[in-house]
Write a protein that binds this ligand. Structure first.
Ligand code: F6R
Length: 260
């Protein structure tokens, strides 16, 4: 894992935007995996700023989001579809036909999951997958103890995740109990994963992901088995890491071509 630690959430969002913009510029027909939630918002703002300054175009990108709530149609303001349109898609030059989210409102959810996997395959697989991490170590909405070999599927949210996500709803009762999420295997097939975490609330999950045993109890720990992961943290999210200074040493001593 490449672990990059910055003093503030703003500085880590800047690094994350640099990783994403670099690959967009380098690769034609890029397939980008995207995340929602609070964490990537600053990075999206920075990418929009680069686009508005004429320094970044998404014209040749195809996107696949990690997850969507079951039962919320795309026009519902609390859906991830709506989130993506208002926080990125409608503000850059992405072709709407090239943006994809799991269909949480499909009449046959299992069919929708298979269809999503097929679309990712048809697009040639994901080049760069952006990830956040839950306080309980989930990635996508693959909650602790779920299969580490899963593909896009319907998951039941844990009570902790429902509580954490209730800030986006009028009350916790309104948070859907079910989601459609890329599975762990789907995520692991991305050629490069970029995981972002900020704030002390994530510090324990971050420690378990990077320095703990690989275990379904902390699904993000499976990323230790991935050949190419960049983790971007702020100091608060990194504060429980046992060998934080070692990660900083490694970063300082990288050769130019070894940097994301
Ligand atoms: C979102 C997703 C989730 C979030 C995680 C952290 O698409 O897949 O894994 O990344 O729940 O959420 P925030 O960033 O709101 O703390």
């Amino acid at each position: 894992m490449e672990i990059l630690i910055r003093d503030t959430p703003e500085a880590s969002a800047q690094v994350a935007a640099d990783v994403v913009s670099k690959i967009i510029r380098e690769r034609a027909n890029l397939v980008l995996g995207l995340a929602t939630g609070g964490t990537p918002l600053r990075m999206y703002q920075e990418l929009i700023r680069m686009h508005q300054a004429g320094k970044l175009s998404f014209q040749n990108c195809t996107t696949f989001n990690l997850d969507e709530y079951v039962g919320l149609p795309p026009e519902d303001e609390r859906s991830y579809n709506h989130y993506m349109r208002s926080n990125l898609f409608d503000r850059v030059d992405l072709d709407p036909a090239q943006t994809h989210l799991p269909d949480g409102d499909a009449p046959d959810l299992r069919e929708a999951c298979r269809d999503y996997e097929q679309k990712i395959k048809d697009a040639g697989g994901i080049d760069l997958q952006v990830l956040g991490i839950g306080a309980n170590g989930h990635i996508g909405f693959n909650e602790p103890t779920g299969s580490l070999a899963s593909r896009t599927w319907v998951k039941i949210l844990s009570e902790q995740t429902i509580r954490d996500n209730s800030v986006y709803f009028d009350n916790p009762e309104e948070v859907p109990r079910h989601v459609v999420t890329m599975g762990i295997s789907t995520i692991m097939e991305a050629r490069h994963c970029l995981l972002l975490a900020s704030g002390a609330k994530k510090a324990n999950a971050v420690r378990r992901m990077i320095e703990g045993a690989v275990s379904a109890s902390c699904p993000a720990s499976i990323l230790q088995m991935h050949p190419r992961v960049t983790v971007v943290l702020d100091e608060e999210a990194a504060y429980l890491l046992a060998v934080k200074e070692h990660y900083k040493w490694i970063e300082r001593n990288k050769l130019d071509w070894q940097r994301y």
